[in-house]
Design a protein around this ligand. Sequence first.
Ligand SMILES: [Zn+2]
Length: 186
Amino acid sequence: MQITKRNKLVEFLKSYWAYLSVAVVVLVVAITVGVLAGGQSVPTTTPSLEFSLPMNEANIVKDFSSTELQENETLNQWEAHLSVDFTSENADVFAVLDGTVSKVSYDLLNGYTVEITHDGGFVSQYASLAEEPTVSEGEAVKSGQKIGTAGNSASFESHLDNHLHFTLLLNDQPVDPNNYLDLQNK
Ligand SMILES: [Zn+2]
């Protein structure tokens, strides 16, 4: 009887370990598959766009306003200002984000203007530049790269003297740069 019992126990343990081994293998495979699948299912987030400032130590002489009208002393009229005007002792103007120069133009109203197209539907425009912007159309620019010098070429804001008239577009609509650029930490 004793021997038989022991044999039964041994048989039980043998089959128990066999089941256990199978269970361990299944568990390891399940965890491995789970980790791999989990790793792949992590959503790829688009990197947040970090804007830099278009001028160093700049003062805002005229802020963005879409609803409140502001006086334009040059034109002697009240109007919305869908841009931000900057002045600074250092007149250098910089790209606010990596991108490609999509336009370099001159017209009487806006003066010398550089337009840069960025990722994410953003376009930045730098108007009232001094003559001869230092970049040309089709050129790739880096965030913080000098693209020109603030001037007084925009006739519609000539009373502001040397300044940058900065406009930020998102999907072709002007947006408040305050929502994207850290203008309070300039
Ligand atoms: Zn302006």
